[in-house]
Design a protein around this ligand. Structure first.
Ligand code: 2RA
Length: 330
């Protein structure tokens, strides 16, 4: 496979290169791609250096698949050009996610919607991915009525500028180009992405709409509060799930433990529960604090953490490519 990584110099782009290597994706040629100002830079893959090329040059090199993490604007403009040239695009931005003609895919949940006709495939938002992986089997077994989720999101979700802001603040350095409207070190900011007219942020609306689209059931009611915290290892989520029917807690644990790529870490007596420090650099979704919501019938509480740059972005995108390759769709 000739694989192009578009946005190869960014935080997610470099994670995609790492994940392709670690998972031994069948790469015969790697093509790092970026916008004009990064063309000519070097990135490393499997211990070797590769030179970043521009969009037009990359299209001429005819990769089989292009994994994009270059922002919504670039994707809207450039992804169709790749697709027209017959290159399958897997896109990490929000540009195509809610387009009814595009598939929004988390392989453990809905890979079966993909066909060889899909030339631009959307990778969901990081905070949505780790949640839907857990919701799907619970929905199949007990039918979910409503989900209330609150997130605690890593600064890595806002890119390198935000990571620099956190560490510069921590080191007492001047921050000349902050990623956030407030200090992030020693703070919690209940604001991710832009505010919408309904008072929710775009990140919150992504969690709501994308969940319905991926699970393929608009009857699931979702409400979200998304919050930025000063950590780098991954996004954490407190999820409250109300089912149509009563459930068995032990069966819930077994269902969660059986999901590929999910690790149950739930031993409160020994202080075992998921934390970003333990999720950092891992592909798994960690889940724990699994317990009944005693304030309401048929309702469950749980806590999950995943590395937003891995399962929340790079790993999920590479898994989509693996699925396409396995089905000979690329
Ligand atoms: C964030 N969800 O964490 C975003 C990244 N796509 O800000």
């Amino acid at each position: 496979m000739k694989v192009a990584v578009v946005g190869a110099t960014g935080l997610v782009g470099s994670e995609i290169l790492k994940v392709l290597d670690e998972r031994n994706f069948r790469v015969t040629e790697i093509i790092p791609v970026a916008s004009e100002r990064s063309v000519g830079k070097k990135v490393s893959f499997k211990g070797k250096e590769f030179t970043v090329v521009g969009f037009e040059e990359a299209i001429k090199m005819k990769p089989n698949v292009a994994i994009f993490s270059a922002g919504g604007g670039t994707s809207l403009e450039v992804a169709p050009k790749f697709a027209e040239a017959g290159i399958t695009v897997i896109d990490n931005s929000s540009a195509w996610r809610m387009d009814p003609t595009k598939k929004l895919v988390v392989p453990e949940v809905n890979a079966d919607v993909l066909t060889s006709e899909d030339k631009i495939i959307a990778n969901p938002n990081c905070s949505t991915i780790q949640m839907v992986v857990l919701l799907k089997p619970l929905h199949e077994k007990y039918k979910i009525k409503r989900v209330v989720v609150s997130t605690y999101q890593s600064v890595t979700g806002s890119g390198k500028k935000a990571v620099d802001q956190l560490f510069d603040e921590r080191d007492g350095k001047a921050v000349t180009d902050p990623a956030y409207p407030h200090k992030i070190d020693l703070n919690v900011i209940p604001h991710i992405d832009v505010f919408q007219e309904n008072g929710y942020t775009k990140e919150e609306m992504k969690m709501i709409k994308e969940t319905n689209k991926i699970i393929g059931d608009d009857s699931i009611r979702v409400t979200a509060t998304t919050v930025r915290i000063p950590t780098v290892g991954g996004h954490s989520e407190s999820i409250n799930i109300e089912f149509e029917n009563d459930y068995d807690l032990q069966t819930v644990r077994e269902l969660l433990a059986a999901i590929p790529g999910v690790l149950v870490q739930d031993d409160p007596a020994n202080n075992v529960y998921p934390m970003p420090l333990n999720a950092h650099g891992k592909d798994e979704v960690l889940v724990g604090r699994i317990r009944r919501d005693e304030s309401q019938d048929n309702t469950l509480n749980l806590w999950c953490v995943a590395d937003n740059l891995r399962k929340g972005a790079a790993t999920n995108a590479v898994q989509i490519a693996e699925y396409l390759l396995g089905k000979e769709m690329i």
